[in-house]
Design a protein around this ligand. Structure first.
Ligand SMILES: [Zn+2]
Length: 163
């Protein structure tokens, strides 16, 4: 029941209760007066129950509003995650990469740990490139992943000064 309808019903009950009081005051017969008094008590009870019911409805509406906001946030988060696809970086190593035309800036890779565990996009940053292997790190959860085949380091030439 919307607030305007409830307000109208509540005021109608209140008006009838007032009329019952006027009738009780005007009644001279003790039994009529007692019957009107009971009617008046019933109307007060009805009024209290209507108010309680309305408060319950308002609480439910507030909960529905909260749940709707949570659902909208989940839909937004899922829509952002749908802008990424799982790719194989190396055999057995997977990351999420922004899809072409995703509109999320230059194409980049996202941390698979943050993506799956927290449904969060955390860009993987290149931390080091050593002998053909690139080490990526998630600055959010510190996850690391390596790509590229490691080459042997250059041979150390003994007997030669390093400078
Ligand atoms: Zn991460």
């Amino acid at each position: 029941m919307d607030p305007i309808t409830f307000s109208g019903m509540y005021e109608a009950i209140k008006a009838v209760a007032c009329l019952a009081k006027v009738a009780a005051d005007a009644a001279v017969d003790h039994k009529v007066k007692e019957a009107i008094f009971k009617l008046q008590q019933g109307l007060y009870d009805l009024q209290a129950k209507a108010l309680e019911d309305q408060q319950g409805r308002m609480t439910m509406l507030s909960q529905v509003d909260t749940l709707q906001k949570e659902l909208d946030a989940i839909k937004d988060r899922r829509a952002r995650l749908d802008l990424y696809e799982l790719i194989k970086l190396e055999p057995g190593s997977f990351v999420y990469r922004s899809k072409d035309q995703a509109g999320v800036g230059p194409q980049h890779c996202a941390c698979p740990n943050c993506f799956v565990q927290f449904e969060r996009i955390a860009v993987l940053q290149v931390e080091a490139e050593v002998y053909g292997t690139t080490r990526y790190r998630c600055m959010s959860c510190q996850f690391e992943i390596f790509a590229g085949f490691q080459r042997d380091p250059p041979p150390i030439e003994y007997g030669r000064a390093p400078f």
